[in-house]
Ligand binder design. Structure first.
Ligand code: 3PG
Length: 215
């Protein structure tokens, strides 16, 4: 499989219809989870920096599963951005954005998806040249209706809505021209990880990959 070329945040939105948001408690799970997602047809994985093993998990996936694009999620400081980059992350995702985090992410030179949930936040990020944003938390912030309303006033911005999205609600987001992909943790449920049921994760990945045939 050809490794996709990802040089901008917008490229990230085109890799797969779903960006799996993954929280791992055991670094040993990182490679089998990435392989299961890939086997199901998902070409990207966001490993969140929410657990002590996260950086090691990124390091392992970057080294051992070259066909999946691995990024660091929940980046909330410049130090985390630098640490993730050093571990081999190919991109960064933030839940929201401060100037400090933005500068730290820019310093890594990596493509990234900054989080925004208001029009002003999205405009500020647009001013800094960022045209692909994570709309977070999508459902509590107004969901599909909100994104539809801001498409007119904010042309040129693309989104990865994340937060509260399910395999059932994802198609309504993916139908919007401003949505490249949706983010979600449903592909790697906690109970499946606890059972080391990677076959189930592959099944969920296959279902997610089919949300946009040919993606
Ligand atoms: C995230 O950090 O992006 C969210 O926790 C993912 O949201 P979800 O668990 O509702 O999919």
């Amino acid at each position: 499989m050809e490794v996709p070329d990802v040089t901008t945040g917008s490229d990230l939105l085109d890799l797969s219809p779903v960006m799996p948001v993954v929280v791992l408690d055991d670094a040993e799970d990182a490679v089998p989870v990435a392989e299961a997602l890939l086997a199901g047809g998902i070409r990207v994985i966001e490993l969140t920096l929410r657990t002590p093993v996260a950086v090691e998990a990124i390091r392992r996936v970057a080294a051992k599963v070259p066909d999946i694009v691995v990024g660091a999620g929940t980046v909330t400081s410049p130090e985390q951005a630098a640490e993730a980059a050093e571990a081999g992350a190919a991109f960064l995702v933030t839940p929201g954005c401060t100037d400090r985090v933005l500068d730290g992410a820019f310093a890594t030179g990596l493509p990234f998806l900054p989080g925004a949930s208001t029009v002003s936040e999205a405009m500020r990020l647009g001013e800094r040249g960022l045209t692909a944003l994570k709309f977070f938390p999508a459902e509590p912030s107004g969901g599909v209706g909100y994104l539809r309303s801001i498409a007119g006033p904010l042309p040129g911005l693309r989104f990865c809505p994340t937060g509260g999205i399910t395999v059932e609600s994802a198609p309504r987001y993916l139908a919007l021209s401003t949505v490249g992909c949706v983010g979600g943790s449903w592909l790697t449920p906690k109970d499946a990880l606890a059972r080391k049921d990677f076959a189930h994760i592959e099944t969920l990945a296959r279902e997610a990959a089919a949300l946009r045939p040919g993606a």
